[in-house]
Design a protein around this ligand. Structure first.
Ligand code: FA5
Length: 350
């Protein structure tokens, strides 16, 4: 076995000298990157050595491969070590800079908070949970059956005109009211039961200060053997005093909805103008907020319940309007308008 130094060793030494010298001399991350590319890049001098391996005579290939591969590993480690040294030196220089005052206050973060709609919804959910109600979540994309037919509103019924909506393919639609969950709940739970289901609803209508095309409602439904209007009104009174924490004037009047009998409209005195008359209450001093009534026998039947055995009451709270009344918001379109300046006006505790 020959102990002579092979001729190619000079090439390995020369490549090492160039590559390691450039790495050692690099003072910034940019020049280090140049040195790295000069050695290990596609056209780098260490890469050129690696490409030679395949062209060598079989007898030399193993030793040359080991030497070139060893150099590549050494260069790679040298680049990492130099990079770390450059970064540490930069940190040390920054810390040594006496013009940096670490006692100055940091940048003021902007903490988020819940939207007033979510806040009032959560408060209402807590009130109803404390009265033994379940909180349910139903789809916004509904069937025509659940949104209309099951609620005693067949296709020919004029009440359909009051709630036109956005129709989807396959007879589906964006629900026009949370009442669409009533029959779903009847199928889902064994009576007696009580539940609220809040959510977003959609209507194809022009907007004004108190009407939006996308708004929030909260439905209440109670099914039992002996259900009375008295209990319904008491629940609504509890709801309003929990939100307003003071007496607000309300009025109850008969109201027609095909899915309740008898039906009522509960209006609230306009909290935006204090009943002086404004665009929200359309100069009337009153705002429609909480329609309700006893569940119609046809709806109980659609829910698989025998009306001779079971009764129910339901209400459909205009949650968006309740938020307006609570905070004195004079245009409903501000609630879902996506303007952060509006939402920032509401801070926790208000
Ligand atoms: C209904 O939606 C019935 N489902 C309510 C109901 C439930 C009655 C259970 C009986 C039993 P109405 O279309 O009136 O009813 O809407 C209910 C409430 O939602 C209204 O009182 C009002 O506060 C609110 N509301 C209605 N339309 C809009 C709108 N375009 N923008 C904002 N709020 C609205």
């Amino acid at each position: 076995m020959s102990t002579e130094t092979p001729a190619w060793m000079a090439d390995i030494d020369s490549a090492a000298l160039t590559a390691l010298g450039a790495i050692e001399a690099a003072a910034t991350l940019a020049t280090l990157r140049e040195a790295e590319v000069g050695a290990l890049g596609r056209k780098g001098n260490v890469t050129a050595l690696m490409k030679r391996i395949g062209k060598l005579d079989k007898s030399e290939r193993k030793a040359f491969g080991a030497a070139a591969g060893g150099l590549r590993g050494k260069v790679t480690r040298a680049v990492s070590a130099r990079r770390e040294a450059i970064v540490q030196a930069a940190i040390a220089a920054e810390l040594a800079d006496t013009t940096f005052d670490e006692t100055l206050p940091g940048l003021d973060g902007a903490p988020g908070h819940v939207h007033p709609l979510s806040r009032v919804q959560q408060e209402l959910e807590d009130v109803f949970i404390s009265m033994g109600f379940s909180v349910l979540d139903y789809p916004e994309v509904e069937s025509e059956f659940d949104n209309f037919e099951a609620l005693n509103i067949p296709g020919w019924h004029p009440a359909r005109d009051m709630q036109d909506t956005f129709w989807l393919e396959g007879g589906h639609l964006l629900r026009t009211h949370t009442s669409a969950g009533q029959v779903r709940a009847m199928h889902q739970f064994k009576p007696p039961f009580r539940a609220v289901f809040p959510g977003k609803v959609y209507r194809y209508e022009s907007t004004d200060a108190s009407h939006d095309h996308t708004f929030h409602q909260l439905e209440g439904l109670m099914i039992g053997r002996h259900v009375s209007v008295g209990h319904l009104l008491d629940s609504m009174r509890t709801l309003l005093s929990a939100i307003f924490k003071r007496d607000v004037q309300v009025r109850l009047r008969p109201g027609y909805f095909p899915f309740v009998e008898p039906g009522f409209e509960l209006d609230i005195s306009c909290q935006v103008c204090d009943q002086k008359g404004c665009s929200v209450c359309k100069q009337s001093g009153w705002v429609e907020l909480l329609p309700c009534g006893l569940v119609h026998p046809n709806v109980l039947r659609a829910g698989g319940l025998d009306p001779d055995e079971w009764q129910g009451w339901a209400f459909g709270l205009g949650l968006s309007r309740l938020v307006m009344m609570r905070y004195g918001v004079n245009d409903i379109r501000l609630l879902m308008g996506g303007d952060a300046r509006f939402v920032e006006g509401f801070h926790p505790g208000t």
